[in-house]
Design a protein around this ligand. Structure first.
Ligand code: GLU
Length: 423
């Protein structure tokens, strides 16, 4: 039997760097066999498509799209579609692996997937973006569907993009298929709470963590990196619940005010100016400095790899809530644990998004209507149950929450594989 990470390395087959770094610390404790390790660290299906789109100026450009279905032993693959100029297949694969773990952590019957198009949506017109989305869906239509693989919003994609996905797919299949995508507008079978379910799900978990850490709720000071859908909704909900939001930022930079920012005004400013810069109710702060500012709770809600071995030593927060996917490197996760900083890992912290998607999928499959209250009650229960499952393992084994979450998820995935006769 090969040693350590060699056991997880599959040469050209290996598309998942996260599997190597994350599974390494776990497989010995779980006594995984080589076959189990193989099943967990190789994506089941990987698609790369190239498609031409004629832009408004008459030129035709080839675009690249990816979709990775990492594991579907527990149910249809599920995961977002992102538009990003730097999108790389191996990163998509890492994120698909995280989705498989995430769905298992919150115990919903989905596997994990992720996809996207290499494109900067800010450089295209709305019409061009629609053409790109539709062409991408035509290219992968045979591999997705309500019982195969269900896309959702992710970085730089939204409701509008989900409608183009749905409409193109339904044209191709010549029938309605509302359960083939989630994150739809309410008028087309979406659920209202899906827009903010990632943020609210994270806040339900955060409130449990605040209790565990014995922090006085009325004095919790929060800093949030990222002001897209997830970061903005987190800021709004926390502000409405009486938390003191001291700092927020978007890709261009942020604002800080230790007395607390008026988030309603920040949102108005961002809508009007398209940026947080120039907001008068605080001083400006860079994205980098926000991470190490004086606060009790730090919420990275932007992109990956923001907290690393260099700045982990400087973090002042007592709790880090990972609303982004993979914002903390593995090394930094350990450094924070050694400093008794509680890191609530992405696979739990931002799972409210896919849980909201799950409710939407059920609603679309059954042509039913769930009211907002029903969604929120169920979301809260799923998130708090998952927090308790993980926290119990953490206490028993004095390990990081990330390790506990991974262990729970891996056991659930492997049980499904065994029941199917794959192991
Ligand atoms: N893109 C979100 C995530 O990373 C949501 C995925 C989904 O709802 O399928 O969790």
């Amino acid at each position: 039997m090969a040693k350590n990470h060699e056991r997880i390395h599959h040469d050209e087959k290996n598309l998942c760097n996260l599997c190597v770094t994350e599974l390494e610390g776990i497989y010995e404790e779980l006594e995984l066999t080589d076959a189990e390790l193989d099943i967990l660290s190789v994506p089941r299906r990987v698609f790369t498509v190239h498609f031409p789109v004629t832009l408004t100026n008459g030129t035709t450009r080839m675009f690249i799209g990816h979709r990775v279905q990492f594991n579907d032993s527990r149910g249809p693959s599920k995961g977002g579609i992102r538009f990003h100029p730097e999108l790389k297949l191996d990163h998509v694969s890492d994120l698909a692996f995280l989705m498989a773990l995430k769905c298992a952590v919150v115990n919903i019957p989905f596997g994990g997937a992720k996809g996207g198009v290499v494109v900067n949506p800010k450089e295209l017109t709305r019409d061009e973006l629609e053409l790109v989305t539709r062409a991408y869906i035509r290219a992968i239509a045979d591999f997705i569907g309500p019982f195969k693989d269900i896309p959702a919003p992710d970085v730089y994609t939204d409701e509008k993009v989900m409608v183009w996905i749905l409409d193109e797919y339904e044209h191709l299949k010549r029938e309605h298929a509302p359960a083939m995508v989630t994150g739809k507008p309410v008028e087309l079978g979406g659920i209202k709470a899906r827009q903010y379910s990632t943020s609210l799900g994270g806040i339900y978990v955060l409130e449990e963590a605040v209790k565990e850490k014995n922090i006085d709720k009325s004095h919790v000071r929060v800093a949030i990196q990222g002001f897209g859908n997830v970061g903005e909704n987190a800021a709004r909900i926390l502000y409405e619940r009486g938390y003191i939001v001291v700092a927020v930022s978007d890709s261009k930079g942020g604002v800080i005010n230790q007395e607390g920012l008026d988030i309603r005004e920040v949102i108005v400013h961002k809508r009007k100016e398209g940026t947080l810069q120039g907001f008068m109710g605080g001083q400006s702060i860079s994205n980098k400095d926000l991470l190490t500012c004086d606060c009790d709770v730090l919420i990275p809600a932007a992109l990956s790899d923001q907290i690393d071995r260099n700045n982990a030593k400087l973090i002042k927060a007592k709790i880090v809530l990972e609303l982004a996917n993979a914002p903390t490197t593995s090394e930094a996760n350990i450094l924070l644990f050694e400093r008794s900083i509680m890191l609530i890992p992405d696979v739990l912290a931002n799972a409210g998004g896919v849980v909201g998607s799950y409710f939407e999928w059920i609603q679309s499959l059954s042509n039913d209507y769930w009211d907002e209250e029903q969604v929120l009650v169920r979301l809260k229960k799923v998130m708090i149950d998952a927090f308790n499952d993980i926290y119990t393992v953490c206490r028993e084994e004095s390990c990081t929450m990330k390790k506990a979450a991974y262990k729970i998820a891996i056991k659930r995935i492997l049980t499904a594989e065994k029941l199917r006769g794959n192991l």
